[in-house]
Design a protein around this ligand. Structure first.
Ligand code: SAM
Ligand code: SF4
Length: 451
């Protein structure tokens, strides 16, 4: 039995560890990757293959205090219209470089709040994407929807454009918590958004909620989960609230003395986790839940769960192309990130070139370590056979790596001929265990707290 004391000693309550949506993590990107590299990596996509596409819309009508996402507030549509024009030009650039016959396995609109686009702007983006690459069979088109910022007309456009997965931001239903985190959102507003989404036949509903919020208690998170379950979402992301006011200045509005202690955070997560389990949801990786027939649950069962910048996915494409300010792309050759500032991004695209400003070209043992970390984050195990076959690493070298990790974690890990396994009681430590396979300077690796 692992105790709280032991979890604390092993770094759970004070470590700053990345969420490992990439390896190496974004703080390790450098200016070694240029717009020319990005263009050549796109050109290397096999003809007739599939890619995933992410479009970033970094605008919100109101800025929630808790939010750590890169986004800017706007009261008018002017800046958004001009940004979408740039996005359309960037899509034209992509089209010019993308080999023939490439199809989309996934299209995701994220932000910020993509649903603040007017119906006309949404349609323009949908049409342009279709010109660049059509959807592949069984493709998914998902959109992040703020229930406060959606209406029937916009949902009509999205549904007609093929949206088959809607992702709504809930955070918490409790009014005191909502007031403290600067995100008022009446239960009826969320319920109406869900009804409108369902009425349009959108096949799948995702929801984001948070644990570790100010004033959150076991009773309050129980109520939030129960209300959420009444919507029967297909997937839920239960993220740990990352309080990083030195980075996200808006969070200075949130009184830190109202935040739960690290031990209480663990308890809040566990309370919500049990409720989802009782309701028949499968636990996916470190912070997701899905109905047994959802793609994520099936991918997990069949060992095909993957992790990318959007979190857990069942997408099997090797290429994820991110467009828009600050977006990150992933290729078999490495990562490429667009300029984070909207001004620099716009200037580059208006001059007719890609806006890549940083990235990382894979070298050394990056791919091997990336896969090991992905396996831990997805399956809580590293399968040696796959690594030996795909990366030519020797069983002895793997064993040595596993033993070093196990020493660091006081023998809590299981090591067998098949590989390394994190037993359920040690899973709160998963990100820390993954970090022990990270070869980069750990002081730069991440910024969000371990739980
Ligand atoms: C980029 S936001 C977009 C959602 C959409 N704009 C909305 O408000 O509904 C996606 C999700 O990131 C999560 N998020 C934002 N700030 C966070 C923080 N400080 N810690 C943990 N998760 C956070 C929230 O759960 C949010 O729903
Ligand atoms: S939570 Fe959504 S609406 Fe609120 S600031 Fe973040 S991205 Fe914008």
């Amino acid at each position: 039995m692992i105790t709280r004391k032991q979890l604390s000693r092993l770094g759970l309550f004070d470590a700053k560890v990345p969420r490992y949506t990439s390896y190496p993590t974004a703080p390790h990107f450098s200016n070694a990757v240029s717009p020319g590299d990005f263009a050549s990596w796109i050109e290397a996509v096999p003809e007739g293959g599939t890619v995933s596409l992410y479009l970033h819309v970094p605008f919100c009508r109101r800025l929630c205090w808790f939010c750590a996402c890169r986004t800017q507030g706007t009261a008018t549509l002017g800046p958004v219209e001009s940004y979408v024009q740039t996005l359309l030009s960037e899509l034209d650039l992509l089209k010019a470089h993308l080999p023939r016959g490439v199809k989309l396995s996934r299209l995701h609109w994220g932000g910020g709040t993509p649903t603040l686009l007017s119906p006309g702007l949404m349609r323009a983006l949908i049409d342009k994407v279709a010109e660049v690459a059509p959807f592949a069979e069984h493709a998914e088109f998902s959109v992040e929807i703020d229930p406060n910022e959606i209406d029937g007309e916009r949902l009509d456009v999205l549904a007609a454009g093929g949206m088959n997965r809607a992702s709504i931001g809930v955070q918490d239903f409790d009014e005191q918590i909502q007031a403290t985190i600067g995100r008022p959102q009446g239960y009826d507003v969320t319920r109406r958004a869900v009804e409108m989404i369902r009425e349009r036949g959108v096949a799948s509903l995702n929801a984001d909620i948070l644990y570790g919020l100010p004033h959150q208690t076991r009773a309050k998170i129980t109520e939030t989960v129960q209300k959420l379950l009444s919507f029967a979402p297909d997937r839920v992301a239960l993220y740990g609230y990352a309080h990083v006011p030195w980075m996200a200045k808006r969070q200075q509005m949130i009184p830190s003395d109202a935040l739960p202690t690290p031990a209480e955070r663990l308890d809040l997560f566990d309370t919500a986790r049990r409720l989802f389990a009782w309701d028949g949801y499968a636990e996916i990786g470190i912070d997701h839940f899905a109905t047994p027939d959802d793609g994520l649950a099936i991918a997990q069962k069949t060992g095909k769960l993957r992790r990318n910048f959007q979190g857990y996915t069942d997408d099997t494409s090797e290429v994820l192309i991110g467009l828009g300010a600050s977006s990150i792309s992933k290729f078999p050759q490495g990562y490429a990130q667009n300029a984070p500032a909207t001004s620099a991004y716009t200037a580059a695209v208006r001059e007719g070139r890609f806006a890549t400003s940083r990235g990382h070209a894979f070298g050394g043992d990056d791919r091997l370590r990336a896969r090991m970390i992905e396996m831990l984050m997805c399956d809580f195990r590293i399968r040696s056979e796959e690594l030996e076959q795909d990366y030519g690493v020797s069983p002895a070298a793997l064993k040595a790596m596993f033993s070093r990790a196990n020493e660091q974690f006081e023998g809590l890990l299981e090591i067998t001929e098949d590989g390394l396994f994190i037993p359920p009681e040690a899973r709160p430590l998963t990100r820390m265990i993954a970090r022990s396979f990270d070869a980069y300077d750990l002081s730069k690796a991440g910024h969000s707290s371990a739980i």
